[in-house]
Write a protein that binds this ligand. Structure first.
Ligand code: SF4
Length: 436
């Protein structure tokens, strides 16, 4: 069979608010796709032709001929994905949907495709392919118990690397060191998609992925903030991983890193040895997820002095160890009133944060926040493409949706008024523009 994997496009911040392009170099860098398709494609039984289409780069043409079309997407891409599904079904094609959104909203996805994969795709994909060959696709495929990551082959990075063009050449690709999370941050969908047990990638797969990326001259990013958690032996495993990186570097594999996802509470609980080991390995930037944890919520939402001091301490620890903190500020949390925007800007100025992005709190389907806001009747917009951290889709507690959106734009404008000039080279730009 000819199988076409499609990564549907979605709006980024400056697509939703073109005025941002005047204040910060938004959308000049198109990041890599998520690893979902590469991971699932790797489990395709032998004997099939695989084609990969990045709809963000080349708009997908539904007249394309193939035996099976597979779309993997998160909520921001759902509007476009469901549209593609409809266009393919109208042409009599077989369409399978999987990923975060179909896992959380299987009934909604099922109206736009032949089959929905609910949960982790790798385990069930071979059965989907077999059923498609027999013309016997089921409406739903549910993933079984969460599998050992080492039992899956390494992701088909070649699909992404071969699809690069002159205008789309990401400088960094993500490496998934773990999957799952035992915590329950109310705005995070990860535990309900990947499970509450942390699972580790195998050393063989880590080696294979890193070698491939190094050979391609790519930077490696760790997008999840679970790599350095202080539980379930994660730190020990992560230290072993860093030691592996140093060994590979000594063996001549030129590993280079883009950033490590982390939060302020985690930074405060990192021991100095680990910070030093991170620097020794070449990790010199933290992508600091804000607005999910108690410290950042209290510091910016309530102006709580103790939390603010802790936030300053977290940034100081980064600077003291030569690690550049890239802070993602999330506005619109429960305690946030109209003063939150200036509190964030003051904090950034006082702590010396030179790189930041700003997001609007978004109740993504499947998160505890989504359920809570649904019950409270706060959600007024279900246009999935507007679920991209750049639009307000709910009624905030202490301001109007308009005030929140205006405050978000104010944050971008004010923060980059004095900082834009130092974004220089393309690679540096890539390292500096992760989300938007
Ligand atoms: S935000 Fe991070 S720590 Fe919180 S639930 Fe999600 S993955 Fe876990």
């Amino acid at each position: 069979m000819k199988i076409v994997f499609i990564y549907p496009s979605f709006e980024r911040h400056a697509d939703s608010h073109p005025e941002l392009r005047a204040v910060v170099p938004c959308n000049e860098y198109l990041g890599p796709p998520s690893m979902g398709i590469a991971s699932v494609a790797a489990t395709t039984p032998p004997g099939h032709e695989i084609v990969y289409v990045d709809d963000r780069v080349t708009v997908f043409n539904p007249d394309m001929e193939a035996d099976l079309f597979a779309l993997s997407f998160f909520t921001p891409a759902a509007t476009r994905a469901l549209e593609i599904g409809d266009a393919l079904l109208a042409r009599g094609r077989k369409v399978v949907m999987g990923g975060i959104f179909p896992t959380q909203m299987p009934q909604e996805a099922s109206k736009h495709c032949t089959s929905v994969v609910v949960g982790e795709g790798e385990g069930v994909w071979p059965a989907v392919v077999q059923d498609a060959e027999r013309d016997d696709l089921k409406p739903f495929y549910r993933a079984g118990p969460l599998a050992d990551l080492g039992s899956f082959p390494p992701p088909r990075l070649d699909l992404y690397l071969n699809a690069e063009t002159d205008t789309h050449k990401p400088d960094d690709y993500p490496l998934q060191f773990t999957r799952g999370c035992p915590l329950r941050c109310d705005a995070c969908v990860l535990p309900s998609v990947m499970g509450r047990e942390l699972r580790f990638q195998s050393e063989d797969n880590l080696r294979a992925i890193m070698t491939r990326l190094a050979r391609a001259g790519k930077l490696i990013s760790f997008t999840e903030d679970t790599s350095v958690m202080a539980m379930q032996g994660v730190r020990r495993r992560f230290r072993e991983f860093l030691a592996l990186c140093v060994r590979m570097q000594a063996e001549g594999t030129p590993l280079r890193f883009s950033y490590l996802g982390i939060s302020m509470p985690m930074i405060l609980h990192l021991d100095t040895d680990l910070l030093l080991q991170l620097r020794e390995t070449g990790i010199d930037r933290f992508y600091l997820v804000g607005g999910f944890d108690r410290i950042t919520r209290d510091a910016f939402g309530k102006g709580d002095a103790k939390a603010e001091a802790q936030a300053h301490e977290a940034i100081r620890r980064c600077h003291d160890h030569g690690i550049d903190p890239y802070v993602s500020f999330l506005a619109g949390n429960r305690d946030d009133d109209a003063g939150v925007f200036d509190r964030m800007l003051d904090f950034a100025d006082e702590s010396g944060v030179e790189l930041a992005e700003f997001c609007i709190s978004t109740p993504y389907p499947g998160t505890p926040l989504w359920r809570e806001y649904e019950q409270e009747g706060r959600i007024f917009d279900r246009t999935w493409k507007r679920y991209n951290d750049a639009n307000c889709v709910f009624r905030p507690h202490h301001m109007s949706p308009d005030e929140l959106t205006r405050g978000y734009l104010y944050l971008w404008r004010e923060f980059y008024k004095t900082r834009r000039a130092d974004i220089v080279s393309r690679e540096e730009h890539a390292r500096r523009t992760i989300q938007f």
